[in-house]
Structures are given as C-alpha cells and as structure tokens.
Ligand binder design. Structure first.
Ligand code: C5P
Length: 408
C-alpha cells in the first residue's frame, strides 16, 4: 500500500477514467488540477467519452497518450489494463455515467475503463454525473450501493442546474473539489500513528533436551502480516515471535524479539505490555512443557519405554487480560481462537475467560484457513456481542480487517 503522509499529490499515480457524459468537458479541468497538485495522470476514456472531449486535449494536458481501445489501431499493440491497475495509486472515474456505474457494479468489462477498474489494486473514486431522474432511479441507486459495498468511494453528485435544463441532484462534483478529495485521501492521518502495538506470533518450542522439543505447525504468517500492516498504518510495532522459518518480510522499524519457549514469550510480552496501546496474541503457544529439560541428549540405549512428564505453560493472553484495566492505560487486547467444534461458543468463552476485547476465530474445518497457508477465513467476536464474518482472503487483507475491527 502506498498511502503515506505528505502534502499534495506529489508523485502519486492517478488513472483518470472518463465516460460519456456532458460533464466530460470538466475532466480537462480536473486533469489540470490533479497535475498542478503534483500527480502523474493517465487518462482512460470510454468510446462514448470521446464523443464529448477529444483525446488530443487530454493527451496534451496529461503529457501521455490517452488509452481507450484494447489495441492500438496503428500498431496492434495491446494496452495492458493490468499494468495500469498496478501502476495506479488511485483511480478516479469522472464523470461516471449511469451506464459506466452499472458496468462497474456488475463487472461488464467491455471497454478499457472497466477492465482497468477491475484490475485496480488501490482505491477507486467515482464521481457520478447524470440527469436527476437517472440518478434517483432504483437501478442506479442499487448499483451505487453495490459499489459502496465493494469499497468504492462515491463522491456524491451535487444539486443544481443540469444539462437537460432541469434542476436537481446529478451535477458532477466540481473539478477542484474532486482534486481536493483526492488530496485528502492521500494525506489522511494514519490511524495507528502514535500507538504502540505488541504482537505475539508463531509457535513456541518447549525443549525436552538440547536437540528435541515439543512444538506445533504454526507458521507465524498471520502475526507477521499483522505486524506489517500495523506498521504501514502508522503504529510502532513490537513483534515477539517464536521460532519461524519463512513467515514473510517486515518493514524497517518493526522491533522484533525472538523467543523460543512460552515462558520466554510471557516475559517479553509482560515487559512490552506496560506501555502498549494494543496487544495482539496471535502466537500458537504450546499448552504444556516438559517438567524438566535434560541438559544432555537423552540416549535410547537400554530405554524401551519412556514417559515424559508435562506441566502446564502460562497462558500469556489470560495473564495480560488479568492485568489489563488495573492501571490507567486503556489497552485493547486481541486474541485468537483456533477451533474445530462449537466454534463460536468456545471462542466466546475464551474472550470472557481471558478478559479480551476481541477474539479472531479460525476454524480448522475451513479450507485455506489453516497453519502455513497464505489465506485465512475469520470471524471476529467482540466484547459486547458484535460478530463480524469475512470471506477467505490473503493474510495481509485479513490483517487489515482485524485492524479495522479494533480501531472502529
Ligand atoms: O486457549 P487457547 O489456546 O485456545 O487460546 C488462544 C489464544 O490465547 C490465542 O490468542 C493465543 O495466542 C493465546 N494463548 C496464550 N498463551 C497460551 C495459550 C494461548 O497467549 N499459553
């Protein structure tokens, strides 16, 4: 994600999608306004859009050839909407006609604007422009609702004089106001700025002797994704991780404390807990550890049977939950529950027993939501009874959902 603090639109890549409405003439002003604020803009125009404003004007203003067809007419070269989608830090569709809004909402990819929209990795802003009756038609409103649900930012049309001569809601937002909205979007404060987030991740290893241990299959990937996204969203992050082999990269500045056993993890977690604002307990902590760790490798000669005595490990989540609320810091405690049956009841029980604010439930019955995978399907249960369900997503996206759930 490239959303960072700063001023203006300096260095931002914006795809400006123009569809066929009379307001298309205003897109030239919008283009200029975006460029004046420092953005690099690539125009994508629908075939109908070209009836309202010439690509020559837009190419001259943006300093780039305008993209409209899937193939360049003269060379047959394929215009890659995928590359454009990846290049864009933001896509703005202005004007967005009722037809383009309908195609976006339903994935009707019959022109470059829609294919680029479907390939866009970052956010998309839509600036509707149409006659008042078209705007208030249930079909348009349904499509707008669909786009909102899909995460599209709608810059509502204004009321005023319309090209039809009628007066009402449907005028595209003024170009400078759209450019300002884009500027605000990039410069919005990071939500976790100034917050300290402590995350436990990975398995713990409980040594039997110097070469053997009791462990589990946790990969640490979910905890690492959380550390990455919390840092990218402005937090100071301390990641306390058990032994993990390939859990992914971490941004610079994330403090990492490597531990082996549950007891080490507890010590580090208790220390970091003191000045934390959020504590996320994503580690798969071993429930038991050998009562004694042999100082030499245990030999098998002459030993036909062996009994290993195990003792209960400390519950890090419960220990911190017990402490939380007893000082004047208002910390948020987030736990995980990996369940196979009576999932919600068990998760709720843990939420209460460990005095957590929120618990992230994974079910071992879900395909793709297991140890070592890059994807996860979660349900979040909050103290107070709210339950949030999510589809299968990659772990970075799941991390964002978890963050959204505890900051809202
Ligand atoms: O009780 P259970 O292990 O299912 O609870 C899971 C939650 O508790 C997770 O958030 C896990 O990180 C945390 N936990 C812990 N210390 C333990 C066991 C679990 O912090 N010893």
């Amino acid at each position: 994600m490239k959303k960072m603090g700063g001023t203006g639109l300096q260095g931002k890549h914006i795809v400006l999608g123009i569809s066929g409405g009379i307001a298309a003439y205003k897109s030239a002003y919008l283009l200029r306004s975006l460029i004046k604020r420092g953005a690099e803009v690539q125009v994508v125009i629908t075939p109908n859009g070209k009836e309202f404003i010439t690509p020559a004007t837009l190419a001259a203003l943006s300093g780039k050839p305008v993209v409209s067809e899937f193939f360049a007419a003269n060379t047959g070269e394929w215009h890659s909407h995928v590359d454009l989608g990846l290049w864009a830090d933001l896509m703005i569709v202005a004007p967005a006609t009722a037809s383009t809004i309908g195609k976006m909402a339903n994935g009707i990819a019959d022109n470059m604007l829609i294919t680029t929209y479907l390939s866009a990795k970052e956010d998309v802003m839509v600036c509707p422009a149409m006659d008042l009756d078209m705007w208030r038609h249930p079909s348009t409103q349904r499509n707008i609702e669909t786009l909102k649900r899909d995460g599209v930012i709608i810059l509502e049309p204004e009321s005023g004089e319309l090209a039809s001569g009628l007066t009402g809601k449907g005028r595209m937002m003024e170009p400078d106001a759209i450019a300002e909205a884009a500027e605000r979007y990039f410069n919005k404060p990071l939500e976790l700025e100034g917050k300290k987030v402590v995350i436990t991740a990975g398995p713990t290893y409980e040594n039997i002797d110097p070469v053997r241990f009791i462990g589990n299959y946790s990969s640490g990937k979910m905890g690492f994704s959380l550390a990455r996204r919390c840092a990218e969203r402005g937090a100071e992050v301390v990641l306390i991780s058990g032994p993990v082999s390939n859990p992914g990269t971490l941004p610079e500045g994330v403090g990492r404390i490597k531990v082996v056993s549950a007891k080490d993890m507890l010590l580090a977690a208790e220390r970091e807990f003191e000045d934390a604002d959020v504590v996320i307990l994503a580690a798969a902590v071993a429930d038991y550890a050998p009562a004694e760790t042999a100082s030499h490798k245990i030999k098998r000669e002459g030993v036909d049977e062996m009994t290993l005595k195990l003792v209960k490990n400390p519950d890090i989540a419960a220990t911190l939950g017990e402490k939380n609320g007893k000082d004047n810091r208002n910390r948020i405690l987030v736990g995980f529950a990996l369940e196979t049956d009576n999932e919600r009841e068990n998760a709720l029980r843990k939420l209460e027993k460990k005095n957590l604010d929120m618990i992230v439930l994974n079910s071992l019955n879900d395909k793709g939501a297991c140890f070592g995978t890059d994807t996860n399907r979660i349900t979040i249960l909050k103290r107070g009874g709210e339950i949030l369900e999510y589809p299968l997503k990659n772990k970075d996206e799941v991390a964002d959902d978890i963050i959204d759930a505890f900051i809202h």
